[in-house]
Every structure is written in C-alpha cells, then in structure tokens.
Design a protein around this ligand. Structure first.
Ligand code: UDP
Ligand code: MG
Length: 329
C-alpha cells in the first residue's frame, strides 16, 4: 500500500488541534484498516504520517504539537520562528512529507477527514491531483459574493485555471509534489502553482462546514492582498493594460487637438477651456500614478525575488532531514 502524508499548516490552532488529530487518526484508521481499527502492527503505523507545521503560533500550538509527536509516532512537526504565512507553511509541510500521496488540509476541521478515503480512491484511478471543492453554503453573503467576483476576475486575468471554492484541500501524487518543490519563487501563490504544474486533475464537491473552534485568520485586508498577489504573480497583463490605456489616451488627445485647430480655423480664436485643462491634467495624473504603481509592484516583486531569501526560518523540528536554516533554492 502506498504511504500517505497529511500536511497540516497550523497558526494559533491550540483550541482545535487535539480534536483535529484524534478525528483524523480515527477516520484514517477506520478507512485503512477496517478489520482492526487501531492500527496495531508496525506496518500499519507506517501507512501514514501527519506533518504538522506550526506557523509561528503564539497560543501554545507549538507545545501541543511537540507533545503530540511524543505520544504518536505518526505525527511529526516543524515550527517556524514567526508567522510566515500559510503558503510557506504548506511548502515546509510538502518538504517534510515522505509519502507517495500527500494530502494538504486545514487544522480547523473545515476540511472533513472523511473525504480522504474518497481522494485516495480517485488517486488510485490515476489522478495526480484530487481537489475537494467546497460549496458556499453557510458562508456570509458578502464574503461569498466577493470571493465569487474575485475568482471570476482572476480567471479572466490569469493564464492558469483557478477554481472557485477550491481551497487548499487536495491530494497530490509524489510526482506532483516533486514538481511543486522545483518551483523556486518566494512569492508563492499556491492556487496558481498547483494549476501550473499540470497533470491529471479531478474535482469533487462537498458541503461547506463551519470552523470547529478558534477564529479565521483571513480579515478583509488579508484577502485583498491575497487577491492582488494572485493577479500579479502569474502574468504581466496589468502592464499590458497600462500600455493600452496610455495609447488610447494619446489617440483621443490627438483627436481633440485636431478638433481645436479646426474649431479655431472655422470660428476664430477662442478662449481655451479651463475645465478641459484641469480634467485632462487630473485624469492623466491619475493614470500615471496608477501605472507607476503597477510598474512599482512588479519591480518590487523582482527585488523581492532577487534577494533569494529562504521561505521560512525553523525554530524547532523533530525532523532529522530538515535543515533548520534551509538553503535558498
Ligand atoms: N494558517 C497558517 N498561517 C497563517 C494563517 C492560517 O498556517 O498565517 C492555517 C490555519 O491554521 C488553518 C489554515 O491555514 O489550518 C486555514 O486558515 P483559516 O481557517 O484561518 O482560513 P479560512 O478557513 O477562514 O479560509
Ligand atoms: Mg478555516
């Protein structure tokens, strides 16, 4: 039987992590060893592993994970020196994972462990990526509308396919994980990266569940920034848009100038319009600033990538193969 790794990024999940672990272990044991649901033999204990990544939690999640790994051989953990973000935590988890199939899931039980057997089954049919897509039931109206609009925009603007409601709950085959790990960018927009690596992908839906305990870490600001990241990290279309806008403006300015000349020739010298001047100045100024912002954003990204910093710094880990200060890739 292929070995399975479960990767779980955790940030301030003290309240829920223990429940999560018990639920996950019970579900997996029941699914993988239906006869003796305890997973008694040594081979059984090796059937799966759970890689927890503590993303610099401040509420005692780290201590709890350390204890978990001491009591359960299947649990392993890595803890960051500060909060580096879910993307970095996922990357660390993927680096820890040794399984032939890797499932990434949240710690708050919003990703039901009962779905894992289904994912494994689909993986067995030859799919390299199995995505569990939640529907939007029970989500706030505003949030649902905003994220739906966001995905629509992203789909239109990006070269990669991003699916609405498909969070990071997915199964990846070993070769898909290896492909992901070869992507070196430090600004990781994993939804796009997953889609970039390709391979056969299958999606199924499940009913949205509320978080078991604790609170969501995604405020409005964080979501907006995530959206900008998503839009900018996959192509340079906003730059193209800026060029088009500029061209159109130049053309209309030319037309307007021609019209003024004709007007003067026909009806004599006129007092030039103050309002038109101001409107043109303000409009152009605004567009210039916006365009500069777009360019600046890309330059900033180049700067950021060119520093080649590691994606995270590890405070402690039970891994022997995991360098505490990872080499920049
Ligand atoms: N998470 C993380 N680092 C962060 C924020 C979140 O590792 O900076 C983890 C968090 O512990 C959880 C998952 O990412 O396991 C999803 O976070 P959350 O439930 O807050 O997001 P939501 O479900 O509201 O989108
Ligand atoms: Mg959640």
């Amino acid at each position: 039987m292929p070995k399975i790794s479960i990767v779980v990024p955790c940030y301030n999940e003290n309240e829920v992590i223990e429940t999560f672990h018990t639920t996950l272990v019970e579900t997996l044991d029941a699914a993988l060893f239906p006869a003796h649901s305890q997973g008694g033999s040594a081979a059984d204990r090796d059937a799966y592993e759970i890689c927890y990544v503590d993303d610099g939690s401040t509420d005692g999640t780290r201590e709890r994970l350390r204890k978990l790994t001491e009591t359960d051989v299947r649990a392993r953990y890595t803890s960051f020196s500060r909060n580096f973000g879910k993307e970095s935590a996922m990357l660390a988890g993927l680096r820890m994972a040794r399984g032939d199939a890797v499932v990434i899931m949240d710690a708050d039980l919003q990703h039901p462990p009962e779905l894992i057997p289904r994912m494994l089954e689909l993986h067995g049919h030859g799919y390299d990526q199995v995505i569990a897509q939640r529907d939007r039931s029970g989500e706030g109206l505003i949030r649902a509308t905003v994220s739906q609009a966001y995905y629509k925009l992203v789909r239109r603007a990006m070269d990669v396919e991003v699916i609405d409601g498909a969070g990071d709950f997915r199964l990846l085959s070993r070769r898909a994980v290896n492909a992901l790990l070869t992507l070196p960018e430090s600004n990781r927009f994993s939804k796009g990266l997953f889609s970039w690596i390709g391979f056969d992908t299958v999606t199924f839906t499940y009913e949205n569940v509320e978080r078991a305990a604790g609170s969501s870490k995604w405020g409005g600001r964080r979501l907006i920034n995530y959206g900008i990241d998503g839009l900018l990290s996959f192509n340079s279309r906003p730059l193209r848009l800026a060029i088009h806008t500029g061209l159109w403006l130049v053309l209309s300015a030319l037309a307007y100038a021609v019209w003024i000349v004709v007007n003067v020739l026909v009806s004599g010298v006129d007092t030039p319009g103050y309002a038109t001047l101001i409107a043109a100045m303000v409009g152009l100024g605004g567009i210039q600033i916006a365009t500069l912002g777009v360019i600046g954003e890309y330059v900033g990204r180049i700067y950021h990538e060119s520093k080649r910093r590691p994606h995270y710094v590890i405070r402690e880990t039970d891994e022997t193969t995991m360098p505490t200060t990872p080499k920049a890739t």
